[in-house]
Design a protein around this ligand. Structure first.
Ligand code: FES
Length: 248
């Protein structure tokens, strides 16, 4: 389906916010943790063919936003979209963050904040206790900081070089949060560390996984994730998986 672009702006030269106008009915269907398959090629061109999976970052009024990082040609093409143009997006797709707990710790490494921020915002609105741990290399890379502040979500910020917040890695203080439900999204080494600590501490933990995707709807089997129950499709059974069920 084609959506009108409301905004597509650089946050720090590397991360961008794409905001599109949607119907109210679509907003009601979106659950935290889900994603959209965004067509990055300009209209009337066929290259690149594949869409990019982007986590649904925020919902506001009649708009849906995606936070994305420029990694290659596809995402670079996406930065060229301008307001009033249209972009093809399939959404919402995939599994969502389970809502049974009352205290949620969102562990966001780098651009992984794009996959968990909406959960933190909506769960806070529902009266749950929410804390975001957000880690980046340095202060300039913290592209989602202004959104955390805008919605007054409690957070602890980590930078590897100590230029903002606590110096060090986002995983260093996790043992302080044994009584929370953890949701993590970020680079694989970080997810492995979170999974290991969660298992040691017997914490209920979910991971939001990122895989290359071709169809986004379960048809191509191009996004498989190894689990203790065999291979699962990241786009349909995921992207949210129970940490103790995935093999990373
Ligand atoms: S992207 Fe095709 S099955 Fe997941």
């Amino acid at each position: 389906m084609a959506f009108k672009v409301l905004e597509n702006r650089s946050l720090n030269g590397r991360d961008y916010l794409l905001k599109v106008k949607v119907d109210k009915e679509l907003i009601l269907k979106v659950k935290p943790g889900q994603f959209g398959m965004v067509q990055v090629r300009p209209s009337l061109q066929f290259d690149p063919l594949l869409r990019r999976p982007l986590g649904i970052f925020d919902l506001e009024g009649d708009s849906v936003s995606f936070l994305y990082r420029v990694y290659g040609r596809g995402t670079e093409l996406l930065t060229r979209l301008t307001p009033k143009e249209e972009v093809e997006i399939l959404m919402p797709l995939g599994s969502s963050i389970p809502e049974k707990g009352s205290r949620y710790l969102f562990i966001a490494g780098g651009i992984g904040i794009g996959g968990v921020f909406l959960g933190a915002k909506l769960f806070k609105e529902k009266g749950k206790e929410v804390l975001i741990l957000y880690g980046e290399r340095n202060r300039e890379s913290l592209s989602a900081l202004s959104f955390i502040e805008k919605y007054s979500i409690d957070s602890v910020i980590y930078t590897e070089d100590g230029s903002f917040g606590k110096k060090g890695l986002i995983t260093q203080d996790l043992s302080l949060y044994k009584d929370w439900t953890w949701i993590a999204c970020g680079p694989t080494p970080m997810l492995k560390a979170v999974k290991e600590i969660a298992e040691e501490l017997s914490v209920e933990c979910y991971l939001s996984l990122d895989r290359r995707m071709a169809c986004g709807v379960g048809a191509c089997l191009g996004c498989t994730v190894e689990t203790v129950y065999g291979y699962k499709r990241c786009c349909v059974e995921g992207p949210i998986f129970k940490a103790d069920e995935v093999i990373l």
